[in-house]
Design a protein around this ligand. Structure first.
Ligand code: NAD
Ligand code: UDP
Length: 329
């Protein structure tokens, strides 16, 4: 077993490796015996996410913005591109940089992969479907995206990155795989991330008002982080290259009001729900069709929301207790 692991050891670059998903991916790859280079600008990622790996002999960290040319002192076998802010308040804070991260940054990483003949996985998103007019969303749906709205820097940036990836694949320059990731949650989301799962949990734990934008009738499908990471690694390593994008997500669909109800049932809290305006272009419904992932990767999520949510709540409770200790009596 040990000899087999060493024979298959790869050097793997994880761009965005200090973020929520990236740090779990780095950990899983180290666990499989690989050498991991985490490349991150710490725009939204945090040093504490990779703290447990910092002294590991097969882990390295480079602070770098992927929009700038990247030089490495050794060959790499695989590149996972997760570098991009993912929550609406964060990706809208500097929309031009978000767009450039997806387009110029993905371009830089593709050049690096080409130089070393490395396989490439692009973290795309369900946002390429925009506010979908087809439900659930299959990969052959082209989407319904407002290219001039405040979400465009992210949605259109990711769509352009997909176009770049498939041109690289068609020209046979790089062996590219594209994962369309649906809403994923779990430990290491930031308390100030702004996404629904972290907002509701943190608000409930702080006994603060729980914010629902609009009526709460809009839906999302929530995938637990360990399932998503397993899907990313399966897509990176599957043979042959599927040559098409693959949805990765949990097909259990919940309205935001239902999610808020679940959180209040799981967290002892005095919080009440308040309604705030629905953000511009907020998608009304979202659920992945994962038929393709099941067929090509033999992958499907294992952790339902009823299990993943308590695990995430427990992690946030511990994290907040550490960062915001209760004042002395
Ligand atoms: P995150 O914000 O926690 O992680 C993104 C990481 O990328 C951070 O560590 C950040 O510092 C880094 N980064 C951002 N811009 C960079 C740049 N220009 N150069 C170098 N590093 C940069 O978000 P996440 O939830 O972990 O998302 C990771 C990836 O997965 C993103 O590409 C996102 O678009 C995609 N994705 C996530 C979800 C989700 O629900 N979490 C859904 C769809 C797609
Ligand atoms: N949302 C909400 N309250 C919040 C944060 C988000 O009602 O405090 C809503 C948001 O308007 C959207 C859904 O929850 O309809 C999911 O938002 P999130 O930012 O998590 O993901 P995305 O919209 O990118 O899928």
């Amino acid at each position: 077993m040990k000899i087999d692991t060493i024979r298959h050891r790869k050097t793997i670059l994880v761009a965005g490796g200090a973020g929520f998903l990236g740090s779990h991916l780095c950990e899983a790859l180290i666990g499989q015996g690989h050498h991991v280079i985490c490349l991150d600008s710490f725009l939204t990622g945090r040093p504490q996410n990779i703290e447990p790996l910092r002294n590991h002999p097969r882990f390295e960290q480079i602070e770098h913005d992927i929009c700038d040319p990247i030089a490495l002192d050794r060959p790499i076998d695989q590149v996972y591109n997760l570098a991009c802010p993912a929550s609406p308040p964060h990706y809208q804070a500097d929309p031009i940089h978000t767009m450039m991260t997806s387009v110029a940054g993905t371009g830089q990483l593709l050049r690096l992969a080409e130089r070393y003949g490395a396989r490439f996985l692009q973290a795309s998103t369900s946002e390429v479907y925009g506010d979908p007019e087809e439900h659930p969303q299959r990969e052959n749906y082209w989407g319904h995206v407002n290219c001039t709205g405040p979400r465009a820097c992210y949605d259109e940036g990711k769509r352009a990155a997909e176009a770049l990836c498939f041109d690289e694949l068609r020209s046979r320059a790089v062996d590219v795989r594209v994962a369309r990731i649906f809403n994923t949650y779990g430990p290491r989301m930031r308390a100030d991330d702004g996404r629904i799962v972290s907002n509701l949990i943190v608000q409930a734990l702080r006994n603060a008002p729980m914010t629902i934008y609009g009526t709460g009738s809009q839906s999302r499908s929530f995938c637990y982080v360990s399932d998503l990471i397993a899907g990313l690694m399966a897509l990176m390593n599957v043979e042959p290259n599927p040559g098409v994008p693959v949805n990765l997500g949990n097909s259990g669909e919940f309205t935001i009001a239902e999610l808020a109800k679940m959180v209040t049932a799981m967290v002892p809290t005095t919080s009440s729900i308040i309604h705030e305006p629905l953000p511009v272009d907020d998608p009304q419904r979202r659920r992945p069709d994962i038929t393709r992932a099941k067929a090509i990767l033999g992958w499907e999520p294992k952790v339902p929301l009823a299990e993943g949510l308590p695990a995430t709540i427990a992690w946030f409770a511990a994290d907040l207790a550490e960062s915001e200790p209760a004042p002395p009596l």
